[in-house]
Design a binder for this molecule. Sequence first.
Ligand code: NAG
Ligand code: NAG
Ligand code: NAG
Ligand code: NAG
Ligand code: NAG
Ligand code: NAG
Ligand code: NAG
Ligand code: NAG
Ligand code: NAG
Ligand code: NAG
Ligand code: NAG
Ligand code: NAG
Length: 310
Amino acid sequence: MNRLVVIIATILVPTGYSAAEVYDTTWHTIASEHCNGSRQSPINIVSASAVGNANLTDFNFTKYGDNSTMKNITNTGETVKVMLTNGVRVTGGALSEAYDSLQFHLHWGNGTSVPGSEHTVDGTRYPMELHIVNSKSSLNGNTTAAVEDGTGLAALGFFIEAMPGNATGSPPAWNTLTTYLANITLKDDIVNITHAISLDELLEGVDRTKYYRYNGSLTTPNCNEAVVWTVFKDPIKVSQDLIDLFSTTLHIDHNSTSDLMTKVFRNIKPVNGRVVTTQGSSTSALPPSGASTTNSSLGLMALAWMLLRV
Ligand SMILES: *[C@@H]1O[C@H](CO)[C@@H](O)[C@H](O)[C@H]1NC(C)=O
Ligand SMILES: *[C@@H]1O[C@H](CO)[C@@H](O)[C@H](O)[C@H]1NC(C)=O
Ligand SMILES: *[C@@H]1O[C@H](CO)[C@@H](O)[C@H](O)[C@H]1NC(C)=O
Ligand SMILES: *[C@@H]1O[C@H](CO)[C@@H](O)[C@H](O)[C@H]1NC(C)=O
Ligand SMILES: *[C@@H]1O[C@H](CO)[C@@H](O)[C@H](O)[C@H]1NC(C)=O
Ligand SMILES: *[C@@H]1O[C@H](CO)[C@@H](O)[C@H](O)[C@H]1NC(C)=O
Ligand SMILES: *[C@@H]1O[C@H](CO)[C@@H](O)[C@H](O)[C@H]1NC(C)=O
Ligand SMILES: *[C@@H]1O[C@H](CO)[C@@H](O)[C@H](O)[C@H]1NC(C)=O
Ligand SMILES: *[C@@H]1O[C@H](CO)[C@@H](O)[C@H](O)[C@H]1NC(C)=O
Ligand SMILES: *[C@@H]1O[C@H](CO)[C@@H](O)[C@H](O)[C@H]1NC(C)=O
Ligand SMILES: *[C@@H]1O[C@H](CO)[C@@H](O)[C@H](O)[C@H]1NC(C)=O
Ligand SMILES: *[C@@H]1O[C@H](CO)[C@@H](O)[C@H](O)[C@H]1NC(C)=O
């Protein structure tokens, strides 16, 4: 019986059909209103085609150094999400106004061997990607209003790569955060965060003055085209053992016989003529190289339906 199931599954899932395709292949039907749109995320960022823009100033981060802003951590069945307390905020960075930082979540593949960032840079996919989801402060946390506004949300994307060498349990803030994964192995499990951890500690090593900017969408249904994306160039470095915990600890459903949560990232989407900007003199842009633009799109993974639960 089990063998028959395996054989049928093998026939139905042709070789080369990646889990990422399974992850988002039905979204255009279940949320056709937006997921088939023209400014979807994530995208492949072609670094040589990023246009210099002197307006892309530094950010100001409020309460990112505060070690008591992480409220609770949930297994949503599709990611791990950490809810933040009120008052965490980001300004500057050429955003039109202040944005409240509501939550962060992660995307990954299968340990360090199958990378699972959503955005790619020059075709390179990193092991993981962290998304901090922010909503225009003037909207007072009304996420319905935020997803109806083309710049209602601002997402901050950070790549995560494996630390070189044989380090384990590092950096300490990531070691602490990942200890909670054992408490949320099943879908809808949620626990309060009681340890002192700050966002600054999780983002350690990233020069937050260097980033790409483009207009895109949430990377999960309903894929609303409401997101100003910031993708930081420097990756966060996390030891391999901690990266591996995500794909070996968490299950996608309510019991431990369900599959482990792997390959939770959306495929890159067409750029469709969108411009990706980055710091620099506005005259320093290189002309687009001969590289195919059909393969270059920026993307951000924001979870609209999750936001609506906020
Ligand atoms: C997306 O799908 C909707 C509903 O099927 C359709 O109305 C819309 O034209 C499609 N948009 C694009 C860009 O294909
Ligand atoms: C920079 O901002 C100014 C003032 O808003 C605007 O006039 C200018 O076009 C912007 N430059 C670029 C390259 O976007
Ligand atoms: C958390 O932050 C407070 C206030 O800055 C500080 O007194 C405390 O030592 C910090 N706790 C840890 C564990 O870092
Ligand atoms: C998790 O934290 C958020 C933000 O403070 C809060 O709205 C929500 O009720 C909390 N959930 C649980 C189950 O405690
Ligand atoms: C950032 O904060 C500094 C110090 O509080 C302030 O002088 C500056 O105007 C702020 N910049 C932005 C863009 O908010
Ligand atoms: C993930 O990797 C593990 C260990 O390499 C492997 O056993 C498992 O089948 C992989 N899972 C998927 C969904 O590819
Ligand atoms: C949230 O925004 C929507 C859309 O703009 C609006 O219809 C609704 O009344 C707002 N909700 C609240 C509580 O203000
Ligand atoms: C990592 O561990 C391996 C096997 O134990 C060892 O051969 C290698 O020298 C170590 N590398 C570093 C950078 O410590
Ligand atoms: C998490 O699990 C550990 C080990 O089972 C337990 O000691 C701890 O109390 C749990 N923490 C929370 C917040 O549930
Ligand atoms: C989690 O935190 C909330 C709000 O601070 C509190 O009401 C709730 O009792 C806590 N849950 C647990 C299991 O400690
Ligand atoms: C994104 O959209 C906003 C609002 O329409 C526009 O001002 C901005 O120039 C766009 N940014 C990029 C990088 O295209
Ligand atoms: C586990 O959940 C699956 C559905 O996800 C269900 O078919 C199965 O019966 C459950 N097993 C147990 C032991 O509850």
